[in-house]
Design a protein around this ligand. Sequence first.
Ligand SMILES: *[C@@H]1O[C@H](CO)[C@@H](O)[C@H](O)[C@H]1NC(C)=O
Ligand SMILES: *[C@@H]1O[C@H](CO)[C@@H](O)[C@H](O)[C@H]1NC(C)=O
Ligand SMILES: *[C@@H]1O[C@H](CO)[C@@H](O)[C@H](O)[C@H]1NC(C)=O
Ligand SMILES: *[C@@H]1O[C@H](CO)[C@@H](O)[C@H](O)[C@H]1NC(C)=O
Ligand SMILES: *[C@@H]1O[C@H](CO)[C@@H](O)[C@H](O)[C@H]1NC(C)=O
Ligand SMILES: *[C@@H]1O[C@H](CO)[C@@H](O)[C@H](O)[C@H]1NC(C)=O
Ligand SMILES: *[C@@H]1O[C@H](CO)[C@@H](O)[C@H](O)[C@H]1NC(C)=O
Length: 384
Amino acid sequence: MSLLAFPALYLVLASFALSPAVGASTPLVRTYEGDTFFDRWSYYGNYDNTTNGDAVFVNKSVADSSKLTYLSSANTAIIKVDNTSTVPYNEKRNTVKITSTDSYPVGSIWVLDVLRIPYGCSVWSAFWSYGKGATWPEQGEIDTIEGVNMGWANQMALHTEDGCAITASSSAYSGTVNSTSCYYEDNDNSGCAITDSSYSSYGEQFAANGGGVYVTQLAEEGVSIWFFERSSIPDAVSSANSSIDTSSLGTPSGFWSKDGCDVDKFFGDQSLVFDITLCGDWAGQSSILSTTGCSALTGTETCYSKYVLDSSNYANAYFEINSLKVYSNGSSSSSSSSSSNSTSGALSSVHSPGGSLAMSIMGYTTAAVLGLSTFFGLGLGMLV
Ligand SMILES: *[C@@H]1O[C@H](CO)[C@@H](O)[C@H](O)[C@H]1NC(C)=O
Ligand SMILES: *[C@@H]1O[C@H](CO)[C@@H](O)[C@H](O)[C@H]1NC(C)=O
Ligand SMILES: *[C@@H]1O[C@H](CO)[C@@H](O)[C@H](O)[C@H]1NC(C)=O
Ligand SMILES: *[C@@H]1O[C@H](CO)[C@@H](O)[C@H](O)[C@H]1NC(C)=O
Ligand SMILES: *[C@@H]1O[C@H](CO)[C@@H](O)[C@H](O)[C@H]1NC(C)=O
Ligand SMILES: *[C@@H]1O[C@H](CO)[C@@H](O)[C@H](O)[C@H]1NC(C)=O
Ligand SMILES: *[C@@H]1O[C@H](CO)[C@@H](O)[C@H](O)[C@H]1NC(C)=O
């Protein structure tokens, strides 16, 4: 019997046995790694109808058979764009969007140890999360990793309903704020974005450095994202085998304090997402291409005609992942309609469709489809 199949028992242990012993630690609840990395995800299985990308997010059978998701000989998980097929004119190129079948409440931390993040002209890659159980963005969206083309610095962001913004003093984070309002109707849904100050936080330089680790903490006190280059991963992260304590990690790259954004109000249980799209509302704009290391479009060129048809543009368009670990207190503090501390509330805290009890409680509708929702000054419409 696994603890995860019985969240109530897990909660009891967490409350009365683990917590006192480990102080400020948050216990490990799931590891996506090696030959089990791809076990608990749903594949989108449709063209990109969320960001107008020139991409088809394939289903699992196509991803398996054409090796767009697979375990490498080095035991790393690969998630990639098809860079071997010739795409006939007017068709889209195959790539991947996967969403975790489990979702994690406020009081959780996800740690991604990643060697490569997809890059290249026309490539738009992201590792993010959203509140799956509601109409987007009622339960919030957290973009941990996002970037386009040959961009060099990672951009983090939250997207929420009205009333959430960055207010923390700039000494509380090391990145640079792009926009303070997280409300999706402000700033053309660019979210409250913070760009990492490290030029090796994304793309070519990130890969050249052997990647690194991204730590995303969704806590009542606020949302924090830390980035560590491979050469400077703290022991508190690399040795967090059964629990993690983030109190010694120092100033995060991005921090969104509860003072400006009531986390319990704006965030519900988060599903984790990896995706790679091509062109689309952000990466594909001529002005964006030209400011992120690629040439601007000229004459009748489109991002599609210039890049997508040529498979050689996608040799670097892949994630290579060592592991994704999720730590969670499992405390029921999501923005679900129930505010009681009843048994069912507790059971719904770490959503696990694998357990029939949890399944019956969480009552998901089929994957609420949202998109990756970062738009910068584009004046484009909503994605959902
Ligand atoms: C989990 O609970 C511990 C003990 O109360 C706390 O120190 C820690 O910050 C919590 N973790 C998160 C991610 O909120
Ligand atoms: C996009 O595709 C998904 C998956 O097939 C589907 O569930 C959703 O309704 C579509 N959304 C739109 C806006 O067409
Ligand atoms: C997966 O997608 C392919 C290509 O669209 C389709 O032929 C196939 O029937 C799909 N398989 C499943 C199991 O949905
Ligand atoms: C966000 O801010 C960074 C740092 O100032 C800047 O380099 C980047 O171009 C900005 N991004 C957008 C989309 O404006
Ligand atoms: C954590 O696991 C790694 C790899 O299995 C091991 O080398 C290390 O000693 C462990 N650390 C602790 C603190 O248990
Ligand atoms: C496709 O990408 C892989 C991974 O980067 C690379 O090894 C391979 O050479 C590429 N194939 C082609 C045909 O470009
Ligand atoms: C639920 O538990 C929290 C934390 O223990 C407590 O502060 C709150 O009063 C409880 N609410 C109810 C309705 O019992």
